[in-house]
Design a protein around this ligand. Structure first.
Ligand SMILES: *Cc1c(COP(=O)(O)O)cnc(C)c1O
Length: 234
């Protein structure tokens, strides 16, 4: 059943990319609140990359599924005191939004692993309640990341304001794409623009997303434990 949902989403991504003349984006399967069995089902169907919001929850699933070649992405807010664990556990951290986190992740990323892939999270709609740096902070943060050999700067991640009409998020996606182009011009390792979720991925793809983060459309509705997009360790 989940294998079927995966095929459906892959087809939708392909169609959205073709319709807007964009390359097909990578699919990140957002597995927060789902158990290891559900993740294994999608892995069996060929899905490699999984997104998690909480360090401890991800650690359990990564241990249960070790050796299967899965790629784990942190997409929830990261507290600095959890950075040592996150630096070793994840393949990607998509929520880097302050210099202190850059230093902590770089310090604890082991030499036995490839550099940790990092996205800068931008608070593109300037929401007081949201994590992410201001658009104007991106150049300095990018420079700090690029100076760390244990980190690899890959691009940007955004969660626009959850307006009930997804079309209202198009402008935020567009502004993020402009930031991404400017970032890419100065940093050759940058290739990833992570934006778009279950209800707005076709719009994000049309506006240049190279990675979409899909939970509900793959796994079904989450339970009440879910604290919303971008939630992370308190
Ligand atoms: C939960 C979450 C998603 C997935 O949202 P869906 O609407 O279930 O597809 C994507 N990105 C982030 C940061 C999330 O926290």
């Amino acid at each position: 059943m989940r294998a079927r949902a995966l095929k459906d989403i892959e087809l939708q991504l392909r169609n959205a990319a073709a319709a807007s003349g964009r390359p097909e984006p990578r699919l990140l399967a957002v597995s927060k609140t789902q158990d290891a069995t559900a993740v294994a089902e999608l892995a069996d169907a060929g899905q490699r990359a999984f997104g998690e919001n909480y360090v401890q929850e991800a650690a359990g699933k990564a241990a249960a599924l070790a050796g299967r070649g899965l790629e784990w992405h942190l997409i929830g807010h990261l507290q600095s005191n959890k950075a040592p664990v996150a630096a070793r556990l994840f393949d990607w951290v998509q929520t880097v939004d302050r210099p202190k986190l850059v230093e902590a992740l770089a310090r604890y990323r082991g030499d036995d692993r490839p550099p940790l892939n990092v996205l800068i999270q931008v608070n593109i709609d300037d929401e007081a309640s949201k994590h992410g740096c201001q658009p104007g902070d991106v150049p300095a943060l990018a420079k700090a990341i690029a100076a760390q050999p244990r980190l690899c700067l890959r691009g940007l991640m955004v969660i626009p304001t959850p307006h009930p009409d997804p079309e209202q998020r198009r402008d935020a996606f567009r502004r993020t794409h402009a930031l991404f182009d400017a970032l890419r011009a100065g940093h050759p390792t940058v290739d990833t623009l992570s934006m778009g979720m279950s209800d707005d991925h076709p719009i994000a793809i049309a506006e240049g997303a190279t990675m979409v983060r899909i939970g509900t459309a793959l796994f079904g509705r989450r339970e009440s434990r879910d604290r919303g997009p971008g939630a992370g360790d308190p």
